[in-house]
Design a protein around this ligand. Structure first.
Ligand code: SAM
Length: 474
């Protein structure tokens, strides 16, 4: 029944294969010889199969777990260096026809204020995001064919790209909207989106159907096969994710990797990103009613094991998590974080009453720091905040991105691009103390560029930025 290349969800995420994997992992969780063998394979930094990675996740040996965490950090550094990419979500509309029982947007929720932004309101949100310093956003919307048809999403993307306030620009719009048709994915591709993100929520079919009792999202196969349709529609950067807390994390982990293996086997390119959201308190939603909440320790182990299993895939952590959790996660494989986020419709525009906007929020945010505070924190903890969007704008997407990533070539352009975009941020948006810390960091990092031609060019770009020029890239 299990067939990694099958077009059918129930075959590439075979329940039996997941169960067999969990049994195998459990039987071998103390098999130190096998664990060492898997760790040695992982040290080659070419990834692991879902079975191998599941053994590491199940491993209970303290010493080996330490090795797992160290290896995750090493792989992160080898592929992504110390750069962390920044983004913010932008909620367009919370109208939704689905009945997802963990999400306050579910259509039975009659007391959450429903809001759909007009293009004029979107413009104000985008200006507010640009004034914070953001260059990359993730568009979010509920599923509602009448209120939020694909034309509305496409129009909104056009509006977002068209706005240039002062030196601001949104250079990459990622999109997180419900599963749709190949035709609609084609339209999103033509609109110039970056990554198409869709969280599976849970790979466990029976639970999935219970958690999504009504609406189009109820259809497990349609949802699970969405990334295949997105690829067929020409989108070659897709982002996976599981909402941790809904089902057993070991099940989700094995299935998530099987999904990645499926995309790689059929389309020659794995997921561009993997997100690791955990269920949060929200209007109408109490996370403790879900039985499978995971502790911070298990959360860290999950992140480390995903990092080791798919070294070339970016990993995203949002402001659902606290500063402390995010800081630890950064050392285990996370390569992208959101900052200064609002999960409400219209939440960035200061002319809208903050309390009123919060009422339409999707979930509570744990990390409430401003973007500037997040930038300063990243610099102070040794990271280089990056607003880079170059790869996708240079056509380095899908297998072309994966190829250079696998060869670790990404370091030759990502690192200078991070410095250039950080410089733009410091010039245009940073508080004085952030500017000072960031400028020092840029000088320090310049010294690490080995290729002299690249180093000279980077220095030239940095000077040009000081004189007012913008948008350089390698
Ligand atoms: N409506 C689209 C869909 O159904 O895929 C996508 C957008 S939805 C706004 C983004 C994600 O938020 C969902 O996929 C879900 O995983 C997550 N989410 C929903 N309720 C949540 C909660 N209470 N806590 C944390 N994350 C939640």
């Amino acid at each position: 029944m299990y067939n990694v290349k099958s077009a059918k969800a129930e075959e590439f995420i075979s329940h039996q294969e997941v169960e067999d994997t969990l049994k195998y992992a459990d039987e071998n969780k103390n098999n130190l010889e096998l664990i060492d063998e898997i760790l040695n394979k992982a040290r080659k930094e070419k990834g692991l199969t879902h079975r191998e990675a599941s053994v590491l996740l199940a491993c209970e040996n303290e010493e080996k777990n330490k090795e797992i965490f160290e290896l995750a950090n090493k792989i992160k550094n080898d592929f992504y260096g110390n750069r962390i990419v920044l983004f913010a979500p932008l909620y367009l509309s919370n109208y939704c026809v689905n009945g997802c029982i963990y999400c306050p947007y579910h259509h039975q929720n009659k007391h959450i204020p429903r809001k759909k932004m007009t293009q004029e309101e979107i413009k104000r949100e985008v200006i507010a995001l640009q004034d914070m310093g953001h260059k990359r956003i993730a568009v979010e919307s509920g599923e509602d064919p009448v209120n939020n048809p694909i034309e509305y999403i496409l129009n909104s993307i056009k509006t977002i790209y068209s706005i240039h306030h002062k030196n601001g620009a949104i250079r990459r719009v990622n999109v997180n909207i419900a599963a749709t048709t190949v035709e609609n994915y084609k339209k999103l591709h033509e609109a110039g989106i970056g990554t198409y993100i869709l969280f599976q929520e849970t790979y466990h079919k029976e639970s999935y159907e219970k958690l999504h009792p009504t609406g189009p999202k109820h259809n497990y196969a349609y949802h699970t096969e969405a990334m295949d349709r997105a690829m067929q529609g020409g989108i070659d950067d897709v982002g996976l994710g599981v909402l941790f807390g809904l089902e057993m994390y070991k099940y989700e982990f094995a299935a998530l990797l099987m999904h990645a293996e499926h995309l790689e086997a059929v389309y020659g390119v794995g997921p561009h990103t993997i997100s690791v959201p955990r269920i949060k308190k929200a209007d109408d939603i109490d996370p403790s009613t879900f039985d499978n909440g995971i502790s911070d320790e298990i959360f860290y182990k999950l992140i480390a094991c995903i990092r080791i299993a798919v070294p070339y895939t970016g990993m995203i952590i949002s402001t659902r998590e606290s500063k402390e959790v995010r800081e630890r996660a950064l050392h285990l494989g996370i390569s992208q974080v959101s900052g200064g986020s609002k999960t409400s419709v219209g939440g960035y525009d200061s002319s809208i009453d903050e309390d009123e906007a919060e009422e339409s929020a999707q979930f509570d945010v744990s990390d409430r720091r401003t973007l500037d505070e997040v930038i300063k924190w990243l610099i102070d903890t040794g990271f280089v905040p990056s607003f880079c969007t170059a790869c996708y704008r240079e056509g380095r997407t899908g297998d072309r991105f994966m190829e250079i990533c696998k060869n670790k070539q990404i370091l030759n352009c990502c690192h200078p691009n991070a410095l250039i975009t950080l410089k733009e941020y410091l010039e245009d948006y940073a508080k004085p103390e952030t500017k000072e810390a960031g400028s020092r960091k840029i000088q320090e990092e310049l010294g690490r560029i080995e290729n002299n031609a690249v180093k000279n060019k980077t220095e030239e770009y940095l000077k040009e930025i000081e004189k007012g020029a913008r948008d350089f890239r390698f």
